[in-house]
Design a protein around this ligand. Structure first.
Ligand SMILES: [Zn+2]
Length: 317
């Protein structure tokens, strides 16, 4: 629908579920495909990660003119992009390697030697064409600022990948680099919502990799509201909660909430995190103090909570 609305536009940027990449690529023959990471997500409806990497690789191999901007630090991504005709490798880092202990090509154990990784079969981290140093994206003949307003290393990595993709379609590098600064909120994510005496920083994490990438953003021990649903779009299976490193969240006030608050509460108990369980997120806020609060929700929980906050404001306005 978004594409039909803007037929005259020069570029379309499409976020594609990894399960649908082959079909979408077949339909649009993309100039560039960007592969950030491939990790377990909604295992009840998706297949396991190695099979997805293989399917993505076969899809990319059918598009010989497509530039593939790929994360050299994610072995699953590398195995998929290895079949691409025109790869550009970016050392974008990987906050979650739980699905990459064995080689996606041959099954042997991968050896990780900072910053590289390799397998006896020959698959290994390609020499990066681009890499990140502090807040800069570097290539052999250019250094560009990654001057972004979004928090965390994961957003720096995403920004670097976006920058490389923009350069690949011919957008001047300095123009692309300065555009990064304009992104402050992504569909409600990272926004701060003022409600009563509380400032709610809205974060979305829907799988273990997303949570791992968010750890650096949650280093301040602010009170934390976690909202988990398990609807179709979230994946019905909540077992992924057991792969989230909640043990690393340290001491802070935590409330488990959402339609699957009880599942989350059990997980937090095993992580040794003191918490309260209040299924209704708005009621859960009452269990937390005034001031800054981090809210982390998965997909439908995030949008449901935003809508409820929005309706509250309409009523108040
Ligand atoms: Zn191997």
């Amino acid at each position: 629908a978004a594409l039909a609305e803007a037929r005259g536009t020069e570029y379309a940027v499409i976020e594609v579920d990894e399960l649908h990449l082959a079909a979408v690529a077949e339909a649009v023959d993309p100039a560039v495909v960007v592969l950030l990471n491939l990790t377990r997500d909604q295992l009840d409806r998706a297949t396991e990660v190695g099979a997805i990497a293989s399917a993505v690789g076969k899809a990319l191999a059918r598009h010989s003119s497509t530039v593939v901007v790929a994360n050299a630090d994610d072995p699953m991504v590398v195995s998929a992009a290895a079949l691409a005709s025109r790869p550009i490798w970016v050392a974008a880092g990987a906050s979650w390697l739980g699905d990459a202990s064995s080689c996606p090509r041959c099954g042997q154990t991968l050896t990780f030697t900072e910053p590289g990784w390799h397998c006896a079969c020959g698959l290994g981290r390609p020499t990066p064409d681009w890499w990140i140093e502090d807040s800069k994206a570097c290539t052999a003949d250019a250094v560009l600022p990654l001057d972004i307003r979004l928090p965390g290393q994961v957003n720096r990595s995403n920004a670097a990948m976006a920058l490389v993709a923009a350069c690949a379609v011919g957008i001047p590098a300095d123009q692309a680099a300065s555009a990064l600064r304009e992104v402050e909120v992504v569909a409600g994510r990272y926004a701060v919502v003022h409600r009563g005496g509380q400032d709610l920083r809205m974060l979305l994490a829907k799988n273990p990799a997303g949570w791992a990438g968010m750890l650096s953003m949650l280093s301040d021990p602010r009170p934390l509201l976690v909202i988990i649903n398990a609807r179709e779009a979230d994946g019905r299976d909540t077992s992924w909660l057991w792969d989230v490193p909640f043990e690393q969240f340290g001491s802070r006030q935590v409330v488990a909430s959402g339609e699957r608050a009880a599942d989350l509460g059990v997980r937090l108990s095993y992580a040794g995190l003191e918490h309260r369980t209040v299924a209704d997120p708005l009621a859960a806020l009452k269990a937390l103090p005034p001031g800054q609060i981090d809210v982390v929700a998965n997909y439908t929980a995030f949008h449901q909570f935003r809508r409820r906050l929005g309706r509250e404001r309409e009523v108040a306005g």
